[in-house]
Write a protein that binds this ligand. Sequence first.
Ligand SMILES: [Zn+2]
Length: 492
Amino acid sequence: MKKILLGLIGLIIIVVGIVLVRTALLGKQVTNNAPLAKLIEVDASLTARHLSEAVQFKTVTMQNRTDTDWPLFLEFQTWLKTTYPNFYGVVSSEQVVEYAQMNVWQGSDASLAPIVFLAHQDVVPAKATDAAQTLYPGWDYPPFDGTIAGGFIYGRGTIDDKGSLIALLEGADRLAASGFKPKRTLIFAFGHDEEVAGSGADAISKLLEKRGIKPYAVIDEGGAILTGMAGIPGQVASIGVAEKGYLTLILTAKARGGHSSTPPDYTAIGGLAQAITKLEASPFKNGRDEVMTKMLEATAPRMPFKRRVAIANLWLFGPIVDSELRGVDITRAMMGTSIAPTIIDAGFKENALPREAVAYVNFRLHSRDSIKNVTEHVRHVIDDENIEISMSDNIGSEPSPVSQIDSGPYLWLKDVVNGTFPDAVAAPNTVVGGTDSRYFARNTDDIYRFAPYVFDASDIARIHGLNERMNVEAFAKAVQVYYLMLEKAGGE
Ligand SMILES: [Zn+2]
């Protein structure tokens, strides 16, 4: 008995020892020794004014394409050419389809695969309540005025995605003016309809494929330097190394209609409600993947001791960490395919049974799933012959491949971050929304969704929402960082 007890105590001491050693090692792993990069001088009020002017072009894309003011996109592009003459002087610019623009800054070394920078020209609408579109309830400043106030540039697109587009061009224009000649070819692809379909990005990626161009990396929106992210102290440079897929299924329940005084056993609304209930009760596998594990490890040194111990010892505390992560909407969304019923439509009269009830269910696909297996799962779970299941017209997209982490272009990007944001820790991330970069999966596995501006995690709600805004200083810094990023990209 005594031997067993002693053995047990010994075992506990060993386990505690391993746990503590691993915790100490993890804390050491991520120390930022990168030398600080020298940044160019940038006039913050000038770059802010340019972003403000860009916002004033109301390049809104509408779900119904004919409702979009397409000629305005040409006016916007004319403004780009006038504002960034050095950039447009060194690139060969082509309209690939409609208003999608590809600009190629030819490098001198043909053996180096190009890096593609993406940004989109269009923005989502802002809701006006009057016909003249002057009243925007909830907005502190009208969304298309580009008001600069209190250290911010306000307006639709200041983050998504004119923030990236303009900062990228500001950086590239200055680099071109300096007489820089890239060794590696730099490609700038500016889609025109990211918010509705992404046909511009699709066409550009197909053109690259046709020309046999395999990029070294693709850089797009989707990550930034965030403060206040998931309770992690300090700044996190969130680099999107994966992006979820997209699918909407339409469930149509059919039943006998007629007078509500003599209902049949099976009603359309009842059947549909059951189907949705069954579906929500059978979620897809949700668990920590490679991206989440690496994100935890990268940010762990910033975490309180207790959490650091857990992350350093996922072999022991993995299940506890996972259940915590599943308890938060955003991290749960990163770790599995989500199910979201978004539209339900049935009935028109309180005493009449509808013959049809329709629901739209939107899925965001994790990389372990596919459109095929999600659709099969839904059919299997609902298992009701009275319910038709079909895909919506909005074509789905498969989840992206997972880009290299801790190797390849990731290290290059991490270097840039470490050299320019010494207080930030670079961490990989899964982007739960959709970006234009998804089309470039046919060109390369190495897609990184990251823009070098700082904003507060609470500002994420402003994207596609009210009072979207960009910090004036953060924007000027983004210009400096893009300059360096492009210089490094073209100089290798
Ligand atoms: Zn966007």
